[in-house]
Structures are given as C-alpha cells and as structure tokens.
Design a protein around this ligand. Sequence first.
Ligand code: M6R
Length: 613
Amino acid sequence: MCGIIGYVGNNNSVPYIIDGLKKLEYRGYDSAGVSILQNGRLVTVRAVGKVAELEKAALLANPKGSTGIGHTRWATHGKPSEENSHPHTDCTGDIVVVHNGIIENYLILRDKLKSLGHQFKSETDTEVIAHLIEENLKHVSGKNDADLLIKAVQKTNAEISGAFAYGVLWARTPGLLVGVKNQSPMVVGLGENENFLASDVPAFLKHTNKVLFLEDGEIAVLRVDGVTVLDKAGKAKKVKPVKISWDQQTAEKGGYPHFMLKEIYDQPQAIEDTLRTARTDFGKILGLNTEALRGLQNIHIIACGTAYHAGLVGKYYIEQFAGIPVSVDLASEYKYRTVPHRVDTLAIAISQSGETADTIGAVKKAKSLGFRTLAICNVLGSTLTRTCDSTFFTHCGPEISVASTKAFTSQITSMYALAIFLGNANGNLSQNVFDKLYKELMALPKAMSEVVKDEYTVRHLTRKIYKADRFIFLGRNVNFPIALEGALKLKEVSYRSAEGFAAGEIKHGPISIIDKGTPVFMLMPHDSLFEKMLSACQECRARGAFVVAITTPDGEKQAKDVADKVLLVPQASEFLQPALNVVPLQFLAYWIAKRLGCDIDQPRNLAKSVTVE
Ligand code: M6R
C-alpha cells in the first residue's frame, strides 16, 4: 500500500512529515524516508524499519526546509532496504519521487531509459518515474520551471501504466509540490498558509480537516498560498473542499470503526491489485521450464489457520485445472508426519505475514526433502519469502486486524491464477479454456464490489441470532473450506462456539449438536450440488435449526422454501464462487462480535502473526 505525505508551508516541514508518516504506518512499515528542500538542494534521509528509525536518522541528519515529502513503504518491487526506500531520485538528484501503487510497464520503461543513459540505483518501479520526469523535462517547453515540471509530469503520466499515486519535488521549484492520482489514493489537505498532500487524511488531520479528494487522472499543484487541481486534460478545475468530522483514530481506519470492517471493504481493491501481477509467468517465478512444469507430479500445500483454508480451496483448483494431485497440510502437522519422498514435488506455503513459525518450519522440512518451494505471501522480505525458492505476492497491503479477511480472498485469487497457469502449462487446459477462465477471474473484483454492499442485510440478521451458543457452517466441494473459514472467523472475533463441516458429513455425527434455534449457515450457490444442499437444509430444519442459505440469484426461490433466511451473493463461475461466499460470513463474524462487545481487531489470546511453534 505505502503512505505518502508532502508539506508546503512557512514552517520546517520535517516534524509535519515524520508525524504524518506515523499516522500512515498502517499502510506499510518496512522502511521510510523524507526529502527536504534545503537552500536549493534536496536532502534525503531514509531508514529501514518503522518510522521511528527514520525519526532517529532524521534527528542526526537534521534537514530543515519548508517544502518536503515523505514515504512509509510496503514493499512490492525490491526487498525492504535503504536503497529501495523512497524517495527515489533521478540521475541529477534534483528530482525526488514518492509513490504508492504499481507501475506495470516499469521494466520496459527502465530498459528504454537505461538505453538513454539513465543510471538506476534501486530495484523499484518507482525510480522509473523520477528518471522519466528528468527525461521528459528535456522535451517540454513552459513559461517557467513550475510549468515545465507540470508538463513533464503530464507527459510521464501518459507513458506509465498501472495503479499509482505519487508526489514530486524538484530542487528548482521551492515551495511547489506536485501530486498525481490514478487508481491509488491521494488527498490534499488545505491549511492556513500551508498545504498537504497525502495518501490518507490521518496524515494531516491534526493540522486541517479541509480536504480535497482527487479523482483518477488528476494532478494537484500545491503552493504555500493555494492548491490548483488539473483534470485529465490538464485544465484547472474547481474542487469543493470537504470538511472531515472524523477523529484521528477513525480516520486511520478510513472512517470505519474497526480495521476488520475496513479490510472486508478493501477486498475488491486487494483482489484487483493481486490480479495485476497474476498474468505473470509462474514458470519464471517457479524457476521451471515447460518440461519441468509438465513433469510436476505432486503438490503439497502447507499453511495455518485462514491461510490453510485458502490452501484447501487451492487443492480443488489445482486438481480441477491442472490435474496434479494435491495434499493440504496444517503446517504444524506437516513438520512431524512422515512425508513420502517423491521427486517432482512442489511445496506451496501460504501465509499472509510470512512470519508464521509453523509454516516456516514446514517449508524447511519440504526443502530438506528436496522439494521445490513456492510462497504465496503478502509481505515482501519476510522470513518465508527468504526461505522459499520463489514467491508470488498477494498485493493486499498490510492487514492489521488479527482476523484475516482480505488476505484470504487474495490468497484464493492467487491459487486460482496459479492453478490455471499450471493447467495451461502442462497441457491440461487448452488455450481457449485458459482464456475463458482467466477472463472470469478478471471479473472477480467487480463481483466482489457488489457483494460487499450487502453488509446491512447480514447486520440485520445478526440481531436475531447473536446470542446463540453455537453456530454451524456447511458447504460442499469447493465451498467446504469456506464453511471452515466462516466458523474460524466467528470463533476468533466473537468467542462463540462455531464449527464448519462438509454438508454431506453432518448425518455421520455432527447433526446431533443441532438444537432448536441453532443457526446453521448453508453455502449453496446454484451449482451442480445445489440439490444436495437443499436436502441438507431440510435435514437441519427438521431438527429445529434456524437455517440461513447463502445462495446466488438462480437459487433464491428454492432456497426460500427450505431456509429461514436467504442471503444473496452475485453469481460467479463455480470455482470463483467461494471468494464471494465468504464475504457475508466475514460480516457475520464482525457483527456478532460487535453486538457481543468483543475486542474485534485484537481478540483475546490471539496475535496477528504467530512466530512461535
Ligand atoms: O500470517 P499467516 O497467514 O501465516 O497466519 C496464519 C494464521 O495464523 C492466520 O491465518 C490466523 O488463523 C488468522 N488470525 C485467521 O484470521
């Protein structure tokens, strides 16, 4: 995600920037940096780690100046290191850039700029922007330096693609700060003789609550005495400031009362960001050529908790699309069981944090057996990514709430992308089928943005059931892991007893725990197993259960006949449906916990990453 803050005013910008970065740490915290315009020269200080490390370094370097920008990083390209920390500079060191997002065509641009003589110092996509502005300054004309910079930024924007927001300082234009927004957040804070550019309002809320929300494609030009917003065509436009009434804490959560709720709503974006890199060549990531990919005989998935559930979904995907046998293990079990040594095995470790001790231990075992290892992980530079042979990153930004939500759906998305890639590579899927599946995958963010609109219906339902002693979740096939995940989510945040089962299994025992009024959630999209789920509804209802059917529009009518309540989710392809079906269950856990007064973001006895065995 990354956090950006910029200041132009009459005071020393450093304390404003450091303080703003601390407020943005929820967006990323693997390294941070500032650039301050001091006596016509840009002074840059960067440090690995949290903003506190940068603060120490800035105290020592003691830069001073009334125009400056800062950045707290959540690595996407290049490991967390001082060289990869922002701000990044051009060849002259007179242009600095801080950036949030991904420049998709950065490799092509970097090669082109290198051939023109530009020298790169980092592994980041961001540095391309600084060099491109430097290059474009040679090719634009303007009435003064400020005009030149704006034109060079406009030309740069036309050449870069992806989702990005960035801020630029040029040593030749003191008192001027330029900000760009395109599909990544960027806001402007209007103060008295001082103005702010930031990824999010909390960065400057202490100083002003007057905010300009920029639209995609817009450029903000900040000076001490005012801000001009340029539209996509480069024309100045009037933007009405909004007065924010949030307090600091609410602002950090994007206006939501809890990170968990914010992160549920982050999911369409998180999936879209993950998908940006999904058409990537997994063969390259895995370090395997076509022959080796065709030769893959076994896949072992290892993970814990929610990530384990994503692994279970992944098994259905890989076996369906690539025809490779998959075993899924809890990492803590994998370490201690006898794992037959089979050549041509790939071990996939799934982890949000990349620091889960059990998962890392299991990967070490897989390596010791000679298996190739792939991490599906959200944190660049984490121990897991350094332990595995290669990594595919979920790009959902920091997940703060202990209960994992957006990481889960991003993991499912990644597993689907991997499965269809493997299927295509080993000849199990024709190119036509691959293209069709890929197109369906690309439609997922849109469907996800529909499903998150349904919070109110779930919230309303929880009024009736939140006091129940136990909750049951049932699903079949690819929705069975979603039943497990629904139960885990609810247990974690509400401390209620909850269990997930394969719907076909309840008659073999679990049905005995159903009592009058026991809420039973049925994951039953209108697919090939719908009829079987209707029967399961009837079996549970006959025992007095309060049955809630989660289904798609085509199943609504029949579901209404057998359930006490129907929750609708949009229809996706059968194998993508789990990513949508889990969302009402996330809202359910949230609202039950809220009504019970639980500590939602930091449930008792739990930690965000479990770094001990
Ligand atoms: O960081 P990881 O994905 O490796 O964490 C694994 C589990 O500890 C984690 O998913 C845990 O179950 C969550 N709190 C679930 O919400």
